[in-house]
Design a protein around this ligand. Structure first.
Ligand SMILES: [Zn+2]
Length: 435
């Protein structure tokens, strides 16, 4: 689409952090120019007077396959939540239930201004998830969840895990003109054998893809990893040769000093999930410390059943608030959190040169906000207004890859009524299969 957006408040996230009233020219799927008063080269114009344009928001840890389990597993700690609720429900998915689960999550996130996600997929029927990533219009990174070891009945063989992963990777990585990406998804240290980790390392190097997993979310998990492998989580990944800027670790709450140094040394990405960490009683990740060390920290909602929504505005607000009692009120500011969902998210995805800011040459992923509301007025600082005051209902339009995917608050690919009806139906059917 060639389009000139006029008269918007542009929160650019460029290196100077310019914020000004101006215009933004989109050619095809890229931003061609950004300026105070651009000449129209003869393309369609859209007047956004009074509205605010921000880079598309990036969620780096979600589980689309769990959206259908929203409100079904409350008040539990991680390992019981997984063993007795989430793993059995994930295993009970068929193609229909998985499809509507993905639709629920995608609809919700798009409506919140999210343009890119890093998703931990399902163990089976993964083509369905990729089909919905394509259909929704979002920029999607996902991969089949891999488990071939550990104290759980949902194991597959190492060979099955690797072969099916490679087949999916070949089928989907780079699809839709590069909008769809494969990200390897081993669940966590204890659910994967040594042979599987070696295979994952091989695939990551061969295809240049991300490794997306969980680490140090819960003290009991940390202790089990230490007992069974002899190492703490991050040490384990270093020993396996997996620590690099392609490694994306959700949570990182309970790390030793040595592990924090390793994150820094190997440029490993931390995926912070404040809602999930609170709801599962897991703890507080020392995010201000990580930021001080220059470790890349981005933000995610995690799964719907440990949140219980996937609203990035809720997680932005929590990320800005929950660390203040431990680290001080200036330890993490609104702008730091806005960086997490834009620039740091782009770095996590290995797309810092393509995403995260409104700059010429970058991909046209953006969200338009209406901040002329009672709950956002007055404000002298856009970061403060967006992170502390704004809500997802302030998102008006969303563009991914130069195409509108949300207009007037409504995702274009789906009908909310249809998804809600289908979700009830498929959730009931899944619970019946489980019984
Ligand atoms: Zn997770």
């Amino acid at each position: 689409m060639d389009l000139l957006l006029r008269n918007a408040n542009l929160v650019t996230q460029n290196p100077q952090r310019d914020i000004f009233k101006g215009d933004l020219l989109i050619r095809g799927n890229r931003i061609e120019s950004v300026g105070e008063s651009l000449e129209n080269p003869g393309v369609e114009e859209l007047d956004l007077s009074g509205l605010t344009v921000i880079p598309g928001l990036i969620q780096t840890h979600v589980h689309l396959c769990q959206a259908l389990f929203r409100n079904l597993a409350d008040d539990l700690t991680l390992l019981d939540w997984l063993r007795y609720h989430i793993w059995p429900m994930e295993q009970a998915h068929d193609e229909k239930s998985l499809r509507v689960s993905a639709q629920l999550g995608l609809f919700e996130m798009l409506r919140c201004g999210v343009t890119s996600i890093l998703d931990m997929g399902a163990a089976r029927h993964m083509d369905v998830v990729f089909e919905e990533l394509v259909r929704s219009g979002i920029r999607g990174f996902s991969g089949k969840v891999m488990m071939d070891a550990g104290d759980q009945p949902y194991r597959e063989t190492t060979r099955e895990a690797l072969e099916s992963t490679e087949a999916l990777l070949k089928r989907w990585h780079g699809a839709e003109n590069g909008r769809i990406h494969y990200a390897l998804a081993p669940r966590f240290a204890l659910t994967c054998s040594n042979a599987l980790w070696e295979g994952i390392d091989h695939l990551a190097r061969r295809y240049g893809v991300l490794i997306h997993t969980h680490a140090s979310e819960n003290r009991q998990e940390v202790e089990l990893v230490r007992q069974q492998t002899g190492y703490h989580n991050v040490e384990f990944f270093v020993r396996k040769g997996l620590a690099s800027n392609r490694l994306c670790l959700a949570h990182c709450i309970w790390l030793t000093e040595e592990e924090i140094h390793a994150l820094k040394e190997y440029r490993v990405n931390v995926l912070h999930c404040p809602s999930a960490n609170l709801k599962l009683g897991s703890g507080f990740a020392p995010v201000p410390r990580y930021l001080k060390e220059g470790i890349n920290v981005s933000l995610g909602s995690d799964g719907a059943p440990c949140n219980n929504n996937m609203d990035i505005f809720v997680d932005m607000r929590l990320a800005a608030l929950i660390h203040k009692p431990n680290f001080g009120v200036t330890s993490i500011k609104a702008r730091d959190v806005f960086d997490m969902v834009t620039l740091a998210g782009a770095r996590t995805l290995g797309m810092a040169d393509q995403l995260g800011s409104l700059e010429p040459g970058k991909l046209a992923d953006l969200a338009v906000l209406d901040l002329n509301k009672v709950h956002t007025t007055p404000a002298e600082d856009f970061y403060s207004q967006i992170v502390y005051s704004a809500q997802s209902r302030d998102v008006v339009h969303v563009m991914v890859d130069g195409k509108w995917v949300v207009q007037n608050g409504q995702p274009l690919a789906y009908s909310e009524e249809e998804i809600v009806n289908l979700a009830w139906q498929e959730c009931n059917a899944l619970l019946k299969r489980l019984a």
